[in-house]
Design a protein around this ligand. Sequence first.
Ligand code: FAD
Ligand code: NAD
Length: 467
Amino acid sequence: MQEFDVVIIGSGPGGYVCAIRCAQLGMKVAIVEKYSTLGGTCLNVGCIPSKAWLDSSERYHQVVKTNQIHGIEVETNSVKLNFEKMSERVQKVIKQTCDGVKFLMNKNKITVFQGVGSFVNTHEVKVGETTIHGKNIVIATGSKPGSLPGIVIDKKRIISSTEALKIPGGRPESMVVIGGGVIGCEMGSVFARLGTKVTLIEYMDQILPTMDSDCAKELVKALKKEEMEILTSMQVKVVENLGKKVKITFVEKSNPSALKTIESDYCLMAVGRIPYTTGLGLEKADLQVDERGRVPVNEHLQTKISHIYAIGDVVRGAMLAHKAEDEGMYVAEFMAGQKPHINYNLIPGVVYTWPEVAWLGASESELKQKNIPFKKGSFPMKALGRARTSEENFGMIKILAHATTDEILGVHMTCPRAADLIMEAVVAMEYRASAEDIARMSHPHPTYSEAFREAALAATENRSLHI
Ligand code: FAD
Ligand code: NAD
């Protein structure tokens, strides 16, 4: 039987990053992946393909809708959308990225086993006919799309994000998206920009319900400009595949007796993802999942069997690729006897719409709930020179700082390039900067980053300069 210092089950950003870090630390590593390509949800059917679609659709949208203001004039009927070519490019990007992970496995001398990994006991994992032994084992099996009770994702008309990333036969005419979370907003935006009639149905009274409400309002404005219809406070009752169409029956929560229906080409279910442990044989290692299907772990990401760890979407916390990566590195370093650390409060969230949305740390409601006194400063992009030069003067940045110490406690932004701007907040908060610290730092002009400084100036004695 082949023996390894560590056997990692699952090759998503949690698993493959863990494998690389273990190899760097001198361990003999095996990684087990049930699919023929490495990279997990993130590279195959998640972050990478959705961002590739978001980029292509934004370029198309600029040509047909927003470039005119710059004096770039095209006859709308001369612009051709080659949906198949767009889709092929996405598949090429996926392949390049997954091949990159394969290269990294070879480079780091990590042994890859293809097949479903299943526990035999607390030290052995079976992959097909082969059984391998690990001194340590890391469960990094990720998550899969969830649905609502009674609604089955048939992958034909009732689809998840996985199918939405590879729709056959050209751009759909219409799509209903159930769930106004991250996937609903991002994938809804892709299709709305390409000209699909998109209706987004959300159960709560706000899309991205846990997000700062000012940021959510700015995002709603942007999505409506893309002609997306947004229905909040709705309860979906039934979704039926009619063959060539799908019928969605729903009610307003305030008027539950009045049934409403919409027919569309596709219904995208985007109501959350669930941890994935099917086929893993957890019981053979004396492990159980919790009431939400997650593998329970302690603060060191150890299960109750101390040499079996679990990381990423399959454990508690945000379902984000960078969180999975951080946990992968943590576990590798912990196994090597180091004292790694993850600051879970400083894992940024991003929605890659345009404008982008990004946030970090506490929200206003969390601070109120915890009775933490705070002050806030915000700055609108319409007052920023750099944003005007690009005609992208929408959205804002908000900083929340402690009322007496001035330490930055939360940052929320809906604005162009928020995904990159949020990193200034991560560095600032990791080093426990005050709003005054940021207000006194030179920011290059003209850049979007000046809005961050202006928000800090606003948070400290209301002294924004450009408003
Ligand atoms: P996964 O990436 O899910 O990988 C788990 C792997 O384990 C899979 O390859 C699976 O096949 C394999 N596996 C499972 N069971 C077994 C078994 N028994 N044997 C062998 N192999 C097994 N996050 C971001 O941070 N930014 C984004 O922009 C972003 N965009 C997203 C867009 C979409 C459409 C989706 C669906 C998700 C997105 N996410 C994003 C979330 C991100 O993809 C996940 O948080 C991340 O992939 C989790 O990593 P993981 O390693 O825990 O699991
Ligand atoms: P989500 O949790 O972000 O959003 C689900 C949405 O569905 C919520 O707004 C929720 O209120 C709504 N909902 C729940 N029940 C409903 C019902 N009965 N009717 C209507 N709406 C309902 O989940 P998601 O968008 O499916 O994404 C899954 C995971 O993937 C998330 O945890 C997210 O972190 C990750 N992801 C991240 C990114 C990113 O980082 N940019 C992109 C895509 C996905």
